[in-house]
Design a protein around this ligand. Structure first.
Ligand code: UDX
Ligand code: UDX
Length: 459
C-alpha cells in the first residue's frame, strides 16, 4: 500500500500543524484538511499568513511552502474523504457536559459522526487513522460503524496519537521523540510508517497493537501532568519552609532517573489535554471497577485545582484581605507561552476567583484576543456576559494594563514580560506595588530592589 492522498478531518491545533508538516515532508502526497467550520478553513486559506487560526512558531513558513502545492484546506468533507486512501480523524473530543459520564468521560459524538460520514461516502478501501486522543477501545466503535455499512468497502483502523506540545508543535513534528502507530493489519501499519519515514528515523517509529497505542497517549499525558502536580505540591511546602522550588527542582532533576524536564512549578497546568485525558483515564478505570487506580490519578487534578485556587487566595491575603474594587493586571491569558490557545488556562480560574472577590481585572496577552477572554469567562457561567465585560478589560499594551493597577499577576510565561521596563511599570502603579508571579518568570528582574512587593510560587 502506497499512500498518495490523505484527508484529515479537523483543522484544529492538532490537525492543522500535523498535516501541514506531513505535506511539507512528503511532496508526492496530496494532503487535504477539511473542517465543518467554514470560518476556520477561510483563515487557513488566508493570503496573510499572520492570520492563520493557530499560532505556532514556524507554522507560517511550513504552510507557505506546501499550501497550494500538495496541501489544501477545504470545507468539502465528502469530496476529500472520497479521494483519500488514508483518512485521519482529528476532531475534538471534549469532556462530556451531559448524561452518563458527565464531567469525566470523553464525548465521542464527533468521532462517531466522522465514522458515519466516512462509511457513507467511501467507495473504495480506506485506512482510517485515529489522531484525536480517545478512550481505550474507541477503535472498536469505529470498526463496528465502518464494517457495518454493508457497501463492501474494506477499512483498516490505526491509532496514531499525537504527542506534539503547543507552542513547539513544528519543532516537535520535525523531530519527534517517537511516532506511535497502533494497528492490526501489518500492511496498513506499514503504509503509515512509510509516510513518517520520509523524515523520521525508522527507530523512532514505534508500532504496537491498537489498544496499547490508545492507552499510551493517555498514560503519557497523565505522567506529564503528574510531574507538574508533584512539583506544585512541593512548591507549597517550599513557601512554608524557606526552600526554593526551583532549587529543589534542579537538585532532583540532575538525578538521571528523574530528569530535568517538566519540573517547573506554576500556577497550574492548563491546555486541552491534561485534565481531559486524566478524567478519561479515571472514568475508564472506574468503569472497570478499579477504584484505587481511579482515585490515584484523580489526585493529580485535585492538586492542580488547589494550586490555582491557592494562587488567587494568596493574592487576596497579601493585599490586606481584600481586592474589592482594586485593579489587578493579568500578564498572560494563554495556557502557556507561544500559543494563542486558552483552553483550561489557569488564568481563567484565577480571574474567576478574583472576580468573586469583586476585583477589577485588566488582561494583556500578546496573542489572545479580547473576544476569546470574554468567551472563556462567559463559558464558566459564573456571571452574566454583561458583568464580565464590566469587570474585565482587555488591552493591547502591557503598560496600559499596569497603569494605576494595585497588583500585577503573571499567568503565562511569555518571554517578552522579562524585557519590560519594570521601573516605568512601578512608577505608574498604586503603592505598594504588588507582583504575583505564577510562573516564576521574573526572578532575574530583581523586582524587590525596584520596590515591588514580589511574590513567586514556591519561594
Ligand atoms: C483535538 C482534540 O481536542 C484532541 O483530543 C485530539 O488529541 C486532537 O484533536 P485540537 O486539534 O486541539 O485537538 O482540537 P480543535 O482545535 O478543537 O480542532 C478540532 C476541529 O475539528 C475543529 O476545527 C472543528 O470544527 C472540527 N470538527 C469537529 C469537524 O470538522 N467535524 C466534526 O464533526 C467535529
Ligand atoms: C501536552 C503534552 O505535552 C503533549 O505531548 C500532548 O500531545 C498534548 O498535551 P500541551 O498541553 O500542548 O501538550 O503543553 P505542555 O507543554 O505539555 O504544557 C501543559 C501545561 O503544563 C501548560 O499549562 C504548562 O504551562 C504546564 N507546565 C508544563 C507546567 O506548569 N510546568 C512544567 O514544567 C511543564
Amino acid at each position: 500500500m502506497k499512500i498518495k492522498n490523505i484527508c484529515c478531518i479537523g483543522a484544529g491545533y492538532v490537525g492543522g500543524p500535523t498535516m501541514s508538516v506531513i505535506a511539507q515532508q512528503c511532496p508526492e502526497i496530496t494532503v487535504t484538511i477539511v473542517d465543518i467550520n467554514a470560518e476556520r478553513i477561510a483563515a487557513w486559506n488566508a493570503g496573510d499568513l499572520s492570520k492563520l487560526p493557530v499560532y505556532e512558531p514556524g507554522l507560517d513558513a511550513v504552510v507557505a511552502e506546501a499550501r497550494g502545492r500538495n496541501l489544501f484546506f477545504s470545507t468539502d468533507v465528502e469530496a476529500a474523504i472520497a479521494a483519500a486512501d488514508m483518512i485521519f480523524i482529528s476532531v475534538n473530543t471534549p469532556t462530556k457536559t451531559y448524561g452518563k459520564g458527565k464531567g469525566m468521560a470523553a464525548d465521542l459524538k464527533y468521532i462517531e459522526l466522522c465514522a458515519r460520514q466516512i462509511a457513507a461516502v467511501a467507495t473504495g478501501d480506506k485506512i482510517v487513522v485515529e489522531k484525536s486522543t480517545l478512550p481505550v477501545r474507541t477503535a472498536e466503535t469505529l470498526k463496528s460503524i465502518l464494517h457495518n455499512t454493508g457497501n463492501g468497502v474494506g477499512f483498516h483502523i490505526l491509532s496514531n496519537p499525537e504527542f506534539l506540545a503547543e507552542g513547539t508543535a513544528i519543532a516537535d513534528l520535525h523531530k519527534p521523540d517517537r511516532v506511535l502507530i497502533g494497528g492490526e493489519n501489518p500492511e496498513a501499519v506499514q503504509a503509515l510508517v512509510d509516510v513518517y519515514a520520509a523524515w523520521v528515523p525508522r527507530e523512532r517509529i514505534l508500532t504496537t497493537n491498537l489498544w496499547s497505542s490508545e492507552l499510551s497517549k493517555l498514560t503519557a499525558n497523565a505522567f506529564l501532568a503528574q510531574r507538574v502536580s508533584s512539583i506544585n505540591a512541593i512548591s507549597e511546602l517550599c513557601e512554608k519552609t524557606g526552600a526554593n522550588v526551583d532549587e529543589v527542582a534542579r537538585a532532583i532533576g540532575t538525578d538521571s532517573r528523574i530528569g530535568p524536564k517538566f519540573l517547573k512549578a506554576s500556577v497550574g497546568f492548563g491546555g486541552s489535554c491534561f485534565q481531559k485525558d486524566i478524567l478519561n483515564l479515571v472514568y475508564i478505570a472506574r468503569s472497570y471497577g478499579l477504584h484505587e487506580v481511579a482515585h490515584y490519578w484523580e489526585q493529580v487534578i485535585a492538586m492542580n485545582d488547589h494550586q490555582k485556587r491557592r494562587f488567587a487566595d494568596n493574592i487576596v491575603q497579601a493585599m490586606y484581605n481584600t481586592v474589592s474594587g482594586k485593579k489587578i493586571a493579568f500578564l498572560g491569558w494563554a495556557f502557556k507561552k507561544d500559543t494563542n490557545d486558552t483552553r483550561e488556562s489557569a488564568a481563567i480560574y484565577v480571574a474567576d476567583a478574583l472576580l468573586n472577590e469583586e476585583a477589577n481585572i485588566v488582561v494583556y496577552d500578546p496573542k489572545v484576543s479580547a473576544e476569546q477572554v470574554y468567551a472563556d469567562l462567559d463559558y464558566l457561567g459564573t456571571r452574566s456576559p454583561g458583568e464580565n465585560r464590566k469587570l474585565v478589560e482587555v488591552v493591547t499594551d502591557p503598560y496600559d494594563a499596569a497603569d494605576r493597577a494595585h497588583a500585577i499577576a503573571v499567568l503565562t510565561e511569555w518571554d517578552e514580560f522579562k524585557a519590560y521596563d519594570w521601573h516605568r511599570i512601578k512608577d505608574h502603579m498604586m503603592k505598594p506595588a504588588f507582583v504575583f508571579d505564577g510562573r516564576k518568570l521574573l526572578g532575574g528582574n530583581d523586582l524587590p530592589s525596584i520596590g515591588f512587593q514580589y511574590y513567586a510560587i514556591g519561594e
